[in-house]
Design a protein around this ligand. Structure first.
Ligand code: HEC
Length: 158
């Protein structure tokens, strides 16, 4: 009996390896990418790429183990949810109001330590933000949202 269950589980494990959604890898910098329209200094971009862009851009860097199901689905779910909220690859297509709002959210998420997600940090130790990283990101987001708000006569804190 026990053996049958084990064989059934193994069978399911093998079958699910073949069910996989498309990878989130456009392989290019989109025309609406934040870097194409706004100032993103290199030290900021390095942190975004390391800690945020796997779930907030059109180009995820997949570690080898993400090719094993169900890890792939789990990651894909986070990518879909993350991109829905904020996608740096399409940031320039947002309305100025949404851009300001998302940058304010970015500052908030970083200060509260909610991003990057804890479950992600378990496997991506290098994505953890130290105090200096946090300051670099929040200073950049503050300057940028103030600029966008001023240029569009919007409140900067919404
Ligand atoms: C493992 C995937 C993952 C990583 C890495 C990640 N996020 Fe997220 N992020 C999500 C998901 C999923 C959501 C939407 C659900 C939620 O808020 O938990 C989200 C939501 C957000 C939001 C929107 C909050 C709102 O309510 O508008 C912001 C802003 C954000 N993330 C910023 C960041 C920043 C900045 C980083 C890097 C320092 C980062 N995230 C790293 C998955 C991720």
């Amino acid at each position: 009996m026990k053996r049958k269950i084990l064989i059934a589980l193994l069978f399911i494990f093998i079958v699910i390896q073949f069910i996989r959604p498309h990878k989130n890898q456009s392989g290019e910098i989109a025309a609406d990418d934040i870097t194409q329209h706004f100032t993103v200094p290199q030290n900021v971009q390095i942190i975004l790429q390391r800690s945020c862009n796997d779930c907030h851009s059109n180009n995820t860097h997949y570690p080898w183990y993400s090719n094993i199901q169900p890890v792939y689905w789990w990651l894909q779910k986070h990518i879909n949810d993350g991109k829905k909220e904020l996608n740096f690859s399409t940031f320039a297509s947002y309305t100025p109001k949404r851009q300001v709002h998302k940058l304010n959210e970015t500052i908030e998420q970083i200060k509260s330590g909610e991003m990057p997600l804890n479950s992600y940090l378990l496997v991506h130790h290098d994505a953890k933000l130290d105090t200096a990283d946090k300051k670099i990101l929040t200073d950049w987001a503050t300057t940028l949202k103030n600029e966008i708000a001023a240029a569009n006569q919007l409140p900067a804190d919404k």
